[in-house]
Design a protein around this ligand. Sequence first.
Ligand SMILES: Cc1cc2nc3c(=O)[nH]c(=O)nc-3n(C[C@H](O)[C@H](O)[C@H](O)COP(=O)(O)OP(=O)(O)OC[C@H]3O[C@@H](n4cnc5c(N)ncnc54)[C@H](O)[C@@H]3O)c2cc1C
Length: 350
Amino acid sequence: MTVDYLIVGQGIAGSILSYELLKKNNKIFLIDNYYPNSSSRVAAGLFNPVTGRRMVHTWMANELFSLAHSYYPALEAELGVKFFYPLPLHYLFSSVKESNDLFAKFGDMEFADWINPNPIENNLSDVQAPLGFLELKQAGWCHVGNMLEAFKNYFETNQCYLQEEFNYDMLRQTSVGWEYGRVKATAVIFCEGARATANPWFGHLPFKPVKGEIITFRSDKLSLASIVKQHYWIIPQGNRIFKCGATFDFNRIDETPTTQAMNELETWLTKTVKVPFKVINHQAAIRPAVLDRRPLLGEHTACKNLFIFNGFGSKGVSLAPYLTGHFIDYLSHKSPLLPEVNHLRFQPGK
Ligand SMILES: Cc1cc2nc3c(=O)[nH]c(=O)nc-3n(C[C@H](O)[C@H](O)[C@H](O)COP(=O)(O)OP(=O)(O)OC[C@H]3O[C@@H](n4cnc5c(N)ncnc54)[C@H](O)[C@@H]3O)c2cc1C
């Protein structure tokens, strides 16, 4: 089989990239090990333009969010599956000082696109919010697991998907490109998420994987029509099911759920939610984060037509549509990559 691109990894990065390359009439072949604890399969899929302890709008928020809000609904229609849920996000103040500071900051016109100055309805009667809240616009969540299953079906139907572990030792460079078993490809693109640290060509890049844990709970009494965020977040999933997370552990990089994270999340939930709930699931996975918290894109410095598309950290949902378009322009038209995402920023002398 001869293709333009052999792609390794069917997380959110590899899926959207493969799909968009196919739509542009490229031949692709995608290999993924269907690992149940991949970052994309565990992720809660939250997207939120104003984040962090200092509540600043995220990197390239205008470009990322305007595209995401049109891209995902169109993708749902194309794949015939529902997975994108825009919802207001209510940020609960933790102190009077924080409330004063944030109201002063968000009075600024710069934030008019992100903050609703007059929240229409207060749906927070089941949640402790004694100091008030801010309502953020353009937020929501994406059921990434459902989206990936729809993509997998699509790739299988188009006979361009193989479920297996990619063996780096089998990849051979030829005079015209690359060969992997019976697949001959002009180029190879690696999208292995946090597993990229084992990649012989790109594993040296400064990944800084971060473990995250989330819990799923059921509450028959909790009525919530928005995402709630303070130290952690609660996302309503429908059918009385909610997700709560996520922890950040920079030291213990494995996929084992811990009692410590469970206690942290349950303690916060008990303080925040006024009604009974029951935890029904607890998961852990590793975010493919990078030292400077920006993605890693581009071609290998010594091996032609060997590419990386990775480093989406904790923001895969908001980054993937925009960076896919940006990367395809780079692959197809040699448009320059943004310096902040080009992996060459870590090359000495660059
Ligand atoms: C607990 C937690 C919560 C999160 N919450 C959010 C959130 O709310 N919002 C958000 O936007 N992001 C969130 N994230 C981050 C998000 O999951 C990532 O940004 C995104 O999923 C990364 O996608 P990816 O495709 O680069 O990597 P991955 O999802 O890891 O996909 C890589 C794929 O490649 C496969 N693979 C790797 N090596 C091989 C190999 N050798 N052979 C075959 N297959 C291979 C893997 O198994 C996997 O299927 C969260 C992450 C965690 C851990």
